[in-house]
Design a protein around this ligand. Sequence first.
Ligand code: FAD
Length: 526
Amino acid sequence: IQTLMATKLLLTFVIYRLISTVGLTVEPSELLRLGVDGLLSLDAADVETASLDFGGMSRVEPLAVLHPASAEDVVGLVRAAYSSAHGFKVSARGHGHSINGQAQAADGVVIEMNGSKGTRLSSGKPAVTLGEKSNYVDVWGGELWIDVLNSTLEYGLAPKSWTDYLYLTVGGTLSNAGISGQAFNHGPQISNVYELDVVTGKGELLTCSKEKNSELFHGVLGGLGQFGIITRARITLEPAPQRVRWIRVLYSDFSVFTKDQEYLISLHGEPVSEKFDYIEGFVIVDEGLINNWRSSFFSPSNPVKISSLGADGGVLYCLEITKNYHESTADTVDQEVEALLKNLDFIPASVFTTDLPYVDFLDRVHKAELKLRSKGLWDVPHPWLNLFVPKSRIADFDKGVFKGILGNKTSGPILIYPMNKSKWDNRSSVITPEEDVFYLVALLRSALDSEEETQTLEYLNSQNRQILRFCKDAEIKVKQYLPSYSTPQEWMDHFGDKWGLFLKRKMEHDPKRILATGQRIFQPST
Ligand code: FAD
């Protein structure tokens, strides 16, 4: 029965793609007649920006770029695309931090959700509402998380769940999941939203939540931009901590490292004082990386010699944890941290600690960005690979990938941390492994024009394919986070049981398949 159902779904999907015509386009004169309050631009510089993304591996030109002044501008454009004789593609672009052209729109219109050319975007701040039961902030879908943070801090409040980097947009991360070291406790960002305004592929502006238009609400969260454009999000807030105790400890044994990580995330239900606030980790496969990382984090008087740590198979693992606190409770933070560390089995004398303001901790990756930019190492190709790996197979992944395929060269950080599936709402569109606990493994590598073969784009892309092939052959049921596939079968495999629902939601909310075509899941029809 399962095979029959799978065949039926595949057939529906293939027919769905076949009846489409690919050459959708629009005359510039048709666009210019639209009349928007913001700016509809055919300017070469605008088009160039919208053709590119952080991945730096593909360049696809839209015909025009809309800088909306309001949700009504987004409605006007999508309605025109939906009802025009020829139809045209429309993609929201957050901050263009995708890897594989997900926000591009070939010969269509890219809506620059972030930026100051539309009047709405250069005025108004996010509106914070202080409630008796809960505090929340209403933000424009193209707002950067760093701006959301700065606005809410004026009220002593902050969102609960983050990404490691804050120069990403609310609509962009909510279309994926939005994860960082707080996810074990608060869930991903998509678990911390009360309500959305969404412009569907039919050009309707709908408010949705768990109670109202709930199918659309769940569909859009983690929905890869397929069902609508988020113009407003209502995000839950908590009292903002003032400072952060930031700790790193090292492991040479992978099973001890993951045992401790899993123990720490199992404390999610405990009182705040008895758990950490953030749990991540990373893999150190080459000495260059650790020296680099150590010099930026730790005092030079650190006595530990990395070579003396007896790394298992040349690989070390670093657990990264934080404890938030207010200046008024500074006297208890040491004891709380001490009590938690007592239960862990890291290498003695490998505890590295720093203490900094909450904002500086959240905005830490921006510092690294500025450094890389100054060396010309930011705007380079980024063949990143993000995988969710089920807990039961993480040791096999370690053996095959960290101690196997990677050799001792990485070309960038490799993050690894577990999350609790119970904190993810299964009704959303995002796909995670079937187990109660799964790991994010993020291979965040940069390619260089280098003499050294292991740093080239070709080499890193080929290594990514090798990792995916290894997982398939070893039957490790990984799921890509920020997924990128090119064939219908691969997308169907990715969604598994949820494919039917995803397709149904698409037919309902974007029947002409004009939205976010850069994801390469569906092709548009006329
Ligand atoms: P874009 O890349 O511009 O868009 C992404 C997709 O969402 C596109 O398909 C686009 O059409 C669609 N979209 C954009 N805006 C909207 C909207 N308003 N409504 C509907 N659809 C929309 N992710 C994490 O989860 N955790 C991290 O810690 C993390 N760190 C990162 C660090 C860096 C340096 C980078 C480059 C990326 C990181 N990411 C992380 C990935 C990030 O979440 C994705 O790139 C995400 O797409 C957000 O980027 P963006 O806002 O630029 O969206």
